[in-house]
Design a protein around this ligand. Structure first.
Ligand SMILES: [Zn+2]
Ligand SMILES: [Zn+2]
Length: 146
């Protein structure tokens, strides 16, 4: 794969980060995901191998962490010890409602929560990168099960 002219990557390179073609591919995969879809490292690993990229699961994990630290992805923990990732760039800040039974997720936007996260962070002298608000419950179809 040739060098890209993607402004996001140019920017990162200017800031001294090494962006390998593999890292670009991973970001492209996230960009092509339908809205509201989140990938785990395992799912990303499977997708990459399906596309013909031979990466190890460890590489998938590492790259996801790295892209999160660059502010390109957002790391989400919906269930115990199970992390999912989603694209952060140009996506509207949003929060999640998670069904504890089937793990389905719903996204919602609430500016009050965004501002609150900022405010609380600043109060503790943090530079806020992301604030996440999660609601756990039973989705309508799980409520209707016996
Ligand atoms: Zn989301
Ligand atoms: Zn459910």
């Amino acid at each position: 794969m040739s060098k890209s002219f993607d402004p996001v990557f140019d920017n990162l390179r200017k800031r001294g980060h090494r962006i390998t073609p593999q890292r670009e591919v991973i970001l492209q995969i996230f960009r092509k995901l339908p809205h509201g879809i989140h990938l785990s490292a395992d799912e990303l690993y499977e997708k990459m191998n399906e596309l013909g990229y031979n990466v190890s699961l460890a590489t998938a994990y590492r790259t996801l962490k790295l892209l999160t630290s660059f502010g390109l992805l957002r790391e989400l923990t919906f269930a115990e010890g199970h992390k999912h990732y989603e694209l952060k760039e140009d996506s509207m800040p949003h929060q999640h409602i998670i069904c504890v039974n089937c793990n389905s997720t719903l996204e919602f936007e609430d500016h009050f929560l965004e501002e609150l996260g900022q405010k609380i962070g600043v109060k503790h002298n943090f530079q806020v990168i992301d604030s996440q608000f999660k609601i756990f419950g039973l989705c309508p179809s799980c409520q209707n099960q016996d």
